[in-house]
Write a protein that binds this ligand. Structure first.
Ligand SMILES: C[S@@+](CC[C@H](N)C(=O)[O-])C[C@H]1O[C@@H](n2cnc3c(N)ncnc32)[C@H](O)[C@@H]1O
Ligand code: SF4
Ligand code: SF4
Length: 586
């Protein structure tokens, strides 16, 4: 558990330790005075027993005794009050606030393979006068603001320190650590929060690796390269900042070299983030169903978003999906940050009428700017259900649009082709209804063999050709989801990782959003589309793994086949064994 002081977090354990220490000190002082009061009263009375009670000395002693008794009583009341005092707690809170610091620590690292440096990981450090030792570049942050609000200032600081344009700097947030430290110089115990960020120079044209190395190797430079081992050898560094050295040791696996040379860069990426499992329906076909997956807390979701946003220059769109992102109120905080950083036009929400029903009128205005809603082609025959197992999903979405179409600014309609046996009049009737909704885009989706839809039970004779044709005849632009598109235009290749990527509710990243759910019974790490987890690795690191490069390269040969179907049919995602044969009917 953590206590919140404004926006600054302090570990409860640390706080309780400081609090009880303070209370104990105060109580000990009062109890000592109390005992002194009692002892001295007895002591005086001991001398009085043999004296003449009318003498002036006795009167004075009695007066002194009464005064001592009164003071003792007062102290007794005060020590009891202190023990239960709320005001002391408040004082402690404000003291903790005053005696706390928050610093962003910039990790600029590189592995020099030169004769002098022998391939060791080097860290950029600077000489700190107060501590008389080397330390990593750092910047104090404002405790009353969030980290997100201060990214710009951090980028500016490190860019000017490195003498590169701010647009060349990318800060990969790694983690936060909090520690209570005794400050030798201030003579005080302080709570220190560190936010560790890994600095990447994305545009090497402005500042080459060679120049950077040379610059910080020059004798005149205030900043230079050191290994962590070297920093451990310096007694002043260890005395002042042993905790930071220890954290960096722990984080080593997540630290990347600052150089972007030979990096695998994506651009115009669409991120499909199935941010929640929560949903108002229980569809039999649900593509993202997996009970075992553990959904992240709000704080962890924020950390995931920050990691993603580091690559914001490469992101074309984030689509919040699920489950239903609007069925879980705290997701709104995540969507807010995404909208602030990327702009509203780059954030889409794939939701349902039940999710939308949770929104107030103002929230509808904010969250229904770009909205994807789904409409199944309903079978008209009485009593006949679709593969989803219920018509409720279609009915509630339809009713919402009939009443509240104006609430959605940009409506994108998804039409999953679940049942390809639906007859022409039913399809034509459905198309007329879709026209009335005035969507900006219609996407036909192939039934995917993931989640609850098992490949083994995939409908035989699945052939969406007729339905696609009728839609194409009725609309100028019809989009086909990629698994259909590659089949229709066999020159097209799968664009996973180049144009899109998927994240699940636990922060796992997959080369394709659908592929995250191909094998419920298998460990996620064994899913061939799995790339990493954003709680343990940065987004940039995940995109740069050998596996990601291999998958992206493999896609070049997928003409006409969806790797998910290929994998499920043959165990190899790239051997083009997608079994779908689209039979065009006239
Ligand atoms: C995974 S859902 C999540 C968003 C939302 N809960 C919904 O269902 O509308 C995204 C889209 O995939 C559709 N879908 C679900 N399971 C599917 C499957 N097995 N094959 C094809 N589309 C599916 C949904 O109807 C929706 O259009
Ligand atoms: S398909 Fe969508 S609406 Fe249906 S259960 Fe899955 S997440 Fe919910
Ligand atoms: S694997 Fe299939 S569904 Fe995923 S991006 Fe490629 S073509 Fe599309």
């Amino acid at each position: 558990m953590k206590l919140m002081f404004e926006k600054f977090l302090l570990d409860k354990d640390d706080f309780e330790r400081l609090y009880s220490q303070n209370v104990k000190n105060a109580a000990t002082r009062y109890i000592a005075s109390l005992l002194l009061g009692i002892v001295s009263t007895f002591w005086i009375s001991f001398f009085l027993t043999d004296m003449d009670t009318s003498s002036s000395g006795v009167v004075a002693a009695m007066t002194l005794m009464s005064a001592l008794a009164l003071v003792t009583l007062g102290l007794l009341i005060f020590s009891v009050k202190t023990y239960f005092s709320k005001s002391l707690l408040k004082k402690m809170q404000s003291e903790a606030q005053n005696n706390s610091e928050w610093n962003v620590i910039f990790i600029v690292s590189s592995t020099w393979r030169t004769r002098n440096h022998g391939g060791l990981k080097q860290f950029l450090v600077e000489f700190n006068k107060a501590w008389q030792c080397d330390f990593l570049p750092h910047l104090p942050l404002d405790k009353n603001k969030t980290y997100e609000e201060q990214i710009g200032a951090s980028e500016l600081y490190i860019a000017s320190l490195l003498n590169v344009p701010i647009t060349s700097v990318q800060l990969n947030f790694i983690c936060e650590r909090t520690n209570v430290k005794f400050h030798i110089h201030d003579g005080k115990e302080k709570v220190i929060k560190y936010s560790f960020v890994n600095v990447i120079i994305v545009d090497q044209s402005s500042y080459t690796l060679k120049q950077m190395r040379k610059h910080f190797e020059s004798k005149k430079s205030r900043r230079y390269w050191r290994t962590i081992e070297k920093l451990h050898e310096d007694i002043n560094t260890v005395t002042n900042n042993f905790d930071v050295l220890k954290y960096i040791d722990e984080l080593r696996g997540q630290i990347r070299d600052f150089s972007s040379e030979e990096r695998f860069e994506v651009s115009n990426l669409k991120i499909i983030w199935n941010i929640t499992k929560k949903c108002g329906y229980t569809c039999n076909i649900c593509a993202t169903h997996d009970d075992k997956r553990e959904e992240l807390s709000l704080e962890a979701k924020k950390a995931v978003l920050l990691s993603i946003l580091v690559k914001r220059a490469n992101i074309n769109e984030i689509d919040f999906s699920g489950g239903d992102p609007l069925c879980c109120a705290e997701n709104k905080a995540i969507i807010d940050i995404a909208q602030d950083f990327l702009g509203e036009d780059k954030v889409t929400i794939t939701t349902t009428a039940k999710g939308i029903a949770n929104l107030s009128a103002e929230e509808k205005e904010k969250y229904l700017i770009n909205c994807e809603l789904t409409f199944d082609i309903p079978p008209m025959a009485e009593g006949k259900e679709n593969l989803r197992g219920s018509l409720e999903y279609y009915e509630t979405n339809k009713e919402f649009i009939e009443l509240d179409r104006d609430k959605i600014q940009d409506l994108q309609v998804n039409v999953p082709i679940l049942d390809t046996g639906i007859v022409e009049p039913e399809i034509r009737d459905f198309i007329e209804r879709i026209k009335k909704m005035a969507p900006s885009r219609i996407t036909l989706i192939r039934l995917m063999p993931v989640g609850k839809t098992k490949f083994e039970k995939y409908p035989k004779n699945y052939n969406p050709a007729k339905i696609i044709q009728l839609f194409q005849d009725s609309f100028d632009d019809i989009y086909l989801n990629c698994a259909l598109r590659v089949k229709y235009n066999t020159n097209e290749v799968c664009t996973m990782l180049r144009e899109k990527i998927g994240i699940d509710c636990a922060g796992n990243v997959f080369a394709c959003g659908w592929a995250g759910y191909i094998c419920e019974d298998v460990d996620i790490g064994n899913n061939p589309f799995y790339l990493g987890n954003l709680i343990h690795q940065s987004f940039d690191e995940i995109l740069n793994t050998d596996k990601a490069r291999r998958i992206s390269k493999g896609c070049d040969n997928t003409r006409g086949d969806c790797p998910i179907f290929s994998y499920l049919a043959s165990g190899d995602m790239f051997n083009n064994s997608d079994p779908l044969v689209i039979k065009h009917q006239n």
